[in-house]
Design a protein around this ligand. Sequence first.
Ligand SMILES: [Zn+2]
Length: 308
Amino acid sequence: MSIALISDPSCELHDAGYEHPESPERVKVIQQALKDFPFTTHKEFYTAPLATIEDVKRAHDHRFVDWLISIAPKTGVIMVDADTRMNSHTLSAAMHAAGAVILAVDLVLKNEVQAAFCNVRPPGHHAEYDKAMGFCFFNNIAIGALYALEVYHLQRIAIIDFDVHHGNGTQNIFQRDKRVMYCSSFQHPFYPGYDEELDNSHILGVPLKAGTDGAQFREAVEKKWFAKLLEFKPDLIFFSAGFDAHEQDPLADLRLTKDDYVWLTSKIADIAKICCQGKMISVLEGGYNLTVLADCVPAHVQAMIINE
Ligand SMILES: [Zn+2]
């Protein structure tokens, strides 16, 4: 079976301003790297559709969605918070980013592809039920997960978030929704903060100290996640794929390498093979070193491919 690689030209037009680390170059270099990489299965490139307002409102407060649409500027740049800014293309990019995940769910659940990667921005995992923050407007992965649960009537979904920042938005949306097991590893204490008290049977945070290396990371996530995931038996697995825990990322202080991303992805692919015929959808979150992105993203996507 093939893999789907989904992006949209609008994702290169959203621009938060001069020298913002969450830059249009990120999706450009990834797109080129995906084109060049010799995957061991057929790769199919797709352009993302727009998500519908209904899709977005499954994950977000309807007043918040209407408000964000109403403030989107026709020209110039406006600030939603200090580091979350909209230009005239941001709303379109955000709706296509969410739409990419909707398309990925359709392709994977209709068995047209085994797995999918969404090369999109703005990212999503900091966007809460009623709040845009941390470079994020709509929570792409939550929108995709709720679409799969409610339109395809899946019972259980797992989200593996290996971005170096805590996915507060995804946790906020699924805090009381036991259909979703949310597994997040992140540097602690780090943006935007994490409350261990809020962890429960389906919210499995792995806080890591600055300087944590690959061996320590592997031990921590294996211990906290793998048995629980096998027991949970997800019908579909998502990755919130941020590459800012890499040792060369400028925004954080963990010491992961490409091998660690490949290791985690392969371990999760093994679980996906047992639980859900290898159905996986990965969505870009952070990662701010362009060379690291070009190197690690194709390796992560390759590791999702299940060769029978
Ligand atoms: Zn991040």
